[in-house]
Design a protein around this ligand. Sequence first.
Ligand SMILES: *Cc1c(COP(=O)(O)O)cnc(C)c1O
Length: 468
Amino acid sequence: MLTDPQREALRRLPAVHELLKRKELTPWLKRLPRGWVAQAVGEAIAMGRREILENPTAPHPSASELVARAVDSLHRLTEPRLRPVLNGSGVVLHTNLGRAVLSEAATEAIRQVARSASNLEFRLEEGGRGSRYDHVEELLCRLTGAEAAMVVNNNAAAVFHVLQALAKGKEVIVSRGQLVEIGGSFRVSEIMRESGGRLVEVGTTNKTRIQDYEQALTDETGMLMKVHTSNFRIIGFTEEASRQQLATLAWKWSIPFFEDLGSGILYDLKAHGIGDEPTVRECLEEGTDLLSFSGDKLLGGPQAGIIVGKKVWIDRLKKNQLTRSLRVDKFTLAALEATLRHYLNPEEAAQKIPTLRQILKEEGELKSAAEQLAGMIRETTGDVLRIETVPARSEVGGGSLPGVELPTHCVAITPQKMSLTQLEYRLRQAPVPVVGRVFQNRLFLDPRTLEVNDFPQVAASFRYALQM
Ligand SMILES: *Cc1c(COP(=O)(O)O)cnc(C)c1O
């Protein structure tokens, strides 16, 4: 049963055609076909009606309020939703913030092939049909020492492709210590099932020896597989079979030894004292036949799944029907090629690829950057925030280099006139949103993942958040 105030409120709800006459909507009626504006108004009225029905005592929404809601929804409809944000989180490869930021050269390469026709599948020498993979295969082979290479959508697709093309209906032997789930529901066991491979688990969570693989091998075995455990790490009393051992065993049985490396590295970070991950080249030299990794993790390129290794196996992958449905577009190839070219000169890679540059930033540089950023925010916001700089730790993220923490200096902010939650919320609503990290009841901004050029924009977003 409706109450009298509810009945009255429903009666007073305006009609769509009445609200369309309001002056706030005139610019929208000039910009968009009437239908879109009428729909936004209709939805605002319908929402008002629901509010009245759900709450017997609520005051009815005014016409101005309904129009304001319609205008909000028209803004949402016409403004880009997917847009740049400032990553102050200190997580270099933040999956929710789009993982690797591309180099200038990679960004420009995308622009070039986007605005013009290209030789994507066209051989300029002979004037005939070519393969889209040619543009990166030679580079990948030279940089990793592999015989052959191919590229698919992402590393999850690469793993799926390898399993279904080479091990469908066969057994795939994996150590129990490597049956992990990674990030957004990538589970080795599930991928295996989907691909038609039959998972054979060997060893225990902490120890798996080469004898465990040997004992599990049968005529049904199609592959030995090693999986990088990414953001999960087993420490203490552990043991695993080496690449050399697995490669030798696979060779004896004429099956491939495949490794899902997760975040493949082409630049030797361990030589800089960062983590202890082998490079892709080192894994191949140790005997891995076939190896896959992501394009947008430590490589610092576009989203892609890169597969490198022995030509016999890559040829079989290329011939498989599935290749077509996992294929990458020209933007990915353009950005990947430009990113890979940086690696021809490791010093250039370290300077030009944002992922590497951010990981390699030194404490002294970060300290003065934090002080500079703190000064700029202080200057624009006055005394409504307490702003300090403090030593802290950044993370590589993306499941890469688990356990590695990079020393940094952050700007730590305590709002004085609003709650921390409010400040965070307002910063996310800014035209260029700022994402920080809440820690010890303060908002931390880490200059590791911000560039000095971004600082004025960070300060501007603070001004917006504080409505100054
Ligand atoms: C990240 C990761 C994947 C998934 O890679 P995407 O490129 O995100 O699809 C698969 N395996 C491992 C070990 C990973 O770390």
